[in-house]
Design a binder for this molecule. Structure first.
Ligand SMILES: Cc1cc2nc3c(=O)[nH]c(=O)nc-3n(C[C@H](O)[C@H](O)[C@H](O)COP(=O)(O)OP(=O)(O)OC[C@H]3O[C@@H](n4cnc5c(N)ncnc54)[C@H](O)[C@@H]3O)c2cc1C
Length: 400
């Protein structure tokens, strides 16, 4: 595996770096920093502004899409460089539900009308999507899902409940797994994949608050929701095949190695500013060892990602190694939020950091480190829990 960048790759890296420097709005940076400081939710505008800017630049909002659908047509190496540069500049993450999850299903299994109707809005960032897979009691055991879709003429009538639906409060559309055949021999064989306009009567979004107090996920309820049959993707009862295809795409994007590298950099800056027994914490051998361990683990993860890239370059899509990336990537994200908390000690706790006037008295870099710590407990659960990923590796990689 050759890990050196060619001169074309280096020119591309400069192009991305310059584009971000010239186009990432300072107002967006300020808005997000302020909300993080105050532990507030990002608005739809915060979440979509950068997506819209990238969408206007040669399809950079959808780096992985084929060019025929308006995608950037990046090589896997360019995709990697692009992600590295966005993380390095701390650009807000483009929500993956439309671009990385639903769109590949639409352009792989959808018909021409569906592609024409949905892909442009996903690319431009005008249309925001959410993912309706999980239900109460049907998370790891997803195939047991109970939300029904009953065909009546040229419509399906949908009833049931989705849960943990990330950012559904902002979504224009939801892609859902629904049960179209309750009598199928296997539960997997009775599931279909359908696109639903969130403005359809009978849909209700109810907030769920995570441990950091933020409404990032929701319940989505369907009460006799009438959905045109033309919104069904591919064939009825073949949804499980499309669902699995989507999950492999979802998992490979979750590792976020480039963002973890940035987090280590930040921890080092914090540790250089924090004092421990009269010395900067960064000089404490015990803390140094923890940083070194994290860096080593992250470097090996990065090489696994590069190996997956090399396979991608050979034209093969994400396989079971996306489960490996998911486990280790989210493990790292959690570890780094712990290390950041450890570096600032009690100032990481917002209640310790506030004075009687409720004004934060800790150093600026420690505001909301506990918020991230609590928030990232989710990482080993979403996208299929890490225990389930281990089961996949046992079966698909180790052949157990
Ligand atoms: C923050 C967040 C955002 C999410 N966003 C979305 C979203 O946008 N859309 C969506 O559809 N879903 C979303 N999810 C749901 C997520 O995919 C599920 O939470 C996940 O699949 C686990 O399912 P569950 O919560 O039902 O837990 P369960 O399946 O009940 O699992 C409970 C525990 O048992 C373990 N377990 C279960 N079965 C096994 C087994 N066979 N072997 C070993 N261990 C097992 C699990 O690992 C877990 O630790 C989100 C979840 C979170 C936390």
């Amino acid at each position: 595996m050759d890990t050196t960048f060619s001169s074309e790759d280096l020119a591309f890296q400069k192009e991305v770096r310059d584009f971000i420097a010239n186009n990432y709005p300072q107002s967006l940076r300020d808005s997000i920093a302020e909300k993080k400081r105050n532990n507030e939710e990002l608005s739809r505008e915060d979440l979509t502004t950068w997506h819209k800017i990238l969408g206007k630049n040669k399809g950079w909002s959808v780096p992985g899409w084929p060019e025929q659908y308006g995608g950037a047509g990046f090589t896997p190496t360019q995709k990697y460089i692009f992600e590295q540069e966005c993380a390095r500049a701390e650009c807000v993450i483009v929500a993956p539900f439309g671009p990385q999850m639903c769109a590949p299903v639409i352009y792989t299994f959808g018909n021409e009308e569906q592609k024409a109707k949905h892909l442009p809005g996903i690319l431009s960032g005008e249309v925001f999507w959410c993912q309706g897979y999980s239900e109460p009691g049907s998370g790891s055991d997803l195939a047991s899902l109970k939300t029904t879709a009953v065909k009546e003429g040229d419509h399906y009538i949908i009833n049931g409940q989705k849960t943990w639906t990330t950012l559904a409060q902002h979504a224009d559309w939801i892609f859902c797994l629904v049960r179209t055949n309750p009598d199928a021999a296997k539960p997997q064989e009775g599931i279909s994949f359908i696109l639903i306009d969130m403005k359809t009567p009978g849909i209700e979004v109810r907030p769920i608050y995570l441990m950091d107090g933020i409404n990032e996920v929701n319940e989505v309820w369907f009460d006799n929701v009438k959905v045109p049959a033309e919104n069904l993707i591919g064939q009825e009862n073949m949804g499980w095949t499309y669902a699995k295809f989507l999950l492999a795409h979802e998992r490979s994007g979750i590792a976020q190695v480039a963002r973890s590298k940035k987090a280590i950099e930040r921890i080092k800056q914090i540790a250089a500013a924090e004092m421990s027994y009269g010395e900067p914490l960064i000089q404490d051998p015990a803390f140094q060892r923890k940083i070194a361990e994290a860096e080593l683990e992250l470097t090996s993860l990065e090489y696994t990602e590069l190996r997956t890239l090399a396979k991608d370059s050979a034209g093969k899509g994400p396989g079971p190694e996306s489960s490996l990336l998911k486990i280790k990537g989210t493990d790292m994200q959690q570890k780094l939020t712990e290390l950041a908390m450890e570096a600032v000690g009690y100032y990481a706790n917002p209640h310790m950091g506030t004075s009687l006037s409720n004004e934060y008295v800790g150093p600026d870099y420690s505001t909301n480190l506990s918020g991230s710590y609590f928030n990232f407990r989710k990482a080993s659960i979403y996208g299929g829990s890490n225990e389930i990923q281990r089961n996949i590796i046992a079966k698909m990689v180790l052949g157990l």
